[in-house]
Design a protein around this ligand. Structure first.
Ligand SMILES: Cc1cc2nc3c(=O)[nH]c(=O)nc-3n(C[C@H](O)[C@H](O)[C@H](O)COP(=O)(O)O)c2cc1C
Length: 182
């Protein structure tokens, strides 16, 4: 009897260990660039892919950053993304309970992450997880965008983030993954 209980216990612990060792790629992308990077990371690492889907999709007009009255301009605070109060909603639920490593991707908007990332972090418990931020941009560097997200979240082991140019090649993405041990 004791042996049976022990065997069940060992299997249960092994199952929990396997369950918690997954890698997820979570991303928000308004025009497909970050999505392409996220797909390559998922394919190269065998990770599961999750898109952060805004409750209301961003139209081309919404994304006009040169128009002071556009949706993105109205959602923006140029001083700090952490102070943005109008946060876009998210249409889907992303359950990261079974993952211990999370690649987190976003485009750079005005030097930082879009505020929908904050909405995402509000709903997630990242404690005990390793987070690897990545972003795409036309020319800006990653800047404080990833460390701002880490500060906002408070939990999790956030590694250095990586910025890719919008049209980064698949080879460059795979090279970075190899550099960080994937
Ligand atoms: C509202 C908005 C603000 C942006 N701000 C910047 C910026 O500050 N620096 C930059 O290099 N690119 C900026 N871009 C360009 C995007 O970062 C770039 O096109 C990115 O690859 C888009 O990713 P996505 O296709 O996944 O949405 C901005 C784009 C938008 C729509």
């Amino acid at each position: 009897m004791k042996k049976t209980i022990l065997t069940i216990l060992i299997f249960a612990l092994a199952a929990i260990a396997v369950y918690a060792e997954g890698t997820a790629v979570v991303y928000f992308s308004a025009t497909g660039n970050t999505e392409r990077v996220a797909e390559t990371i998922a394919e190269a690492t065998g990770a599961d892919l999750f898109e952060i889907v805004p409750s209301e999709p961003y139209s081309t007009a919404d994304l006009r950053w040169t128009d002071d009255d556009s949706r993105v301009s109205l959602e923006e605070n140029h001083d700090s993304v952490l102070d943005i109060e109008t946060r876009p909603g998210i249409a889907n639920t992303i359950d990261l309970a079974g993952y211990d490593t999370v690649f987190l991707g976003y485009p750079i908007w005005w030097g930082h992450a879009p505020s929908i990332l904050l909405t995402f972090l509000d709903d997630e418990d990242l404690s005990g997880k390793t987070i690897i931020p990545f972003c795409t941009s036309s020319s800006s560097r990653i800047g404080n965008s990833a460390t701002d997200l880490a500060e906002y979240e408070g939990d999790g082991n956030w590694l250095d983030g990586m910025r890719f140019r919008s049209r980064v090649s698949e080879g460059d993405i795979r090279e970075w993954l190899e550099e960080i041990g994937y």
